[in-house]
Ligand binder design. Structure first.
Ligand code: 0X9
Ligand code: ZN
Length: 305
């Protein structure tokens, strides 16, 4: 049965999504991002309680093995619809939420059924027997520039034969572009390392024009999470300064090509003890941190205007 005491399969997540959509018809709406290489439907849910709210887009599980991301995304959806807590109600009702719990559907299924550590998509290469592209190197923004993405089909960070070669990335790019005027904040959920990563990933030579704001907003998230009883610490800064150069990722594409000025990659728990194989007992703590962090992040955005 679906829940947050263990990790759910794609089939379980989709069945739960159907139940949620029929239980809350007035405030939820399904959106279809598109079809995956293996022809699965990539689904999202929009939650909207009123007109003219600022929009927040959450992309989750672009990397197949990062199961904590879809567990957290579904937990957030559930809280937004069922919680009676005042802070959560205000967070839920004063934003329009566009949430894609599992973007890399083919890879996610493969990570459940064949290889728990699978990261990439499942589209075969035309030049190699290796399968899949790193979807977070495949966006059409400074694609394959400056390193951090590989031209080698067998590499875990293979950028693909061309930008948007992966149907999942082409689909989400077109979908976000179609609603970009309604999206103020873009969050890409990943694990692990406990980091809030802002643009740029494609270069360490420059910083975005609103880098001070991006850091202030990230600090608000990190401070709020640290203040919880778990005492979990998050670090923040640009991808290139805190982590490594990596072009063609979601947060750079949203910022550079769609003009979404508040754009982060969030790397959830932990810091390497369990890594990608985070025990299910941490799903709820991680989700609580994401909730309080996102609430503080959005409050800070509003404060900065
Ligand atoms: O390398 C990645 O794609 C992300 N780390 S992960 O361990 N989840 O694979 C970081 C992505 C940072 N953002 C960009 N490169 N734009
Ligand atoms: Zn990732």
């Amino acid at each position: 049965e679906f829940g947050w005491t263990r990790y759910n399969t794609l089939e379980e997540i989709e069945k739960w999504l159907d139940e949620i959509l029929s239980a809350y018809p007035g405030v939820t709406e399904e959106f279809i991002v598109g079809q995956s290489y293996e022809n699965r439907t990539i689904r999202g849910i929009k939650i909207s309680y009123k007109l003219n709210n600022p929009g927040v887009f959450i992309e989750s599980n672009i990397h197949a093995r990062e199961w904590i991301t879809s567990a957290t995304a579904t937990w957030l959806i559930n809280q937004f619809l069922t919680s009676e807590d005042e802070m959560i109600r205000s967070l839920a009702e004063n934003h329009d939420w566009y949430i894609v719990p599992v973007l890399n559907v083919d890879g996610f299924v493969y990570s459940h059924e064949k290889d728990r550590m699978w990261r990439k998509t499942r589209q075969p290469s035309e030049t190699s027997s290796c399968v899949g592209v790193d979807p977070n190197r495949n966006f059409d923004s400074h694609w394959m520039e400056n390193g951090g993405a590989s031209e080698e089909p067998c590499a875990e960070n293979y950028g693909g034969p061309y930008a948007n070669s992966e149907p999942e990335i082409k689909a989400i790019s077109e979908f976000v572009a179609s609603i970009k005027d309604k999206v103020n904040v873009m969050l890409a959920f990943h694990s692990y390392s406990q980091l809030l990563l802002s643009p740029y990933g494609h270069t360490a030579e420059e910083e975005p024009e609103n880098y001070d704001d991006l850091n202030a907003v990230a600090k608000a998230y990190a401070d709020a999470v640290l203040a919880l009883p778990y005492g979990t610490s998050y670090d923040y800064g640009s991808v290139a300064s805190v982590l490594y150069i990596a072009s063609g990722g979601t947060n750079d594409w949203a910022y550079n090509e769609q003009d979404i000025r508040i754009s982060y990659t969030i790397e959830f728990r932990d810091q390497g003890k369990y890594g990608f194989i985070l025990p299910p007992a941490y799903i709820v703590p991680n989700s609580e941190e994401a909730l309080i962090g996102i609430s503080a992040l959005l409050d800070k955005c509003q404060e900065l205007g």
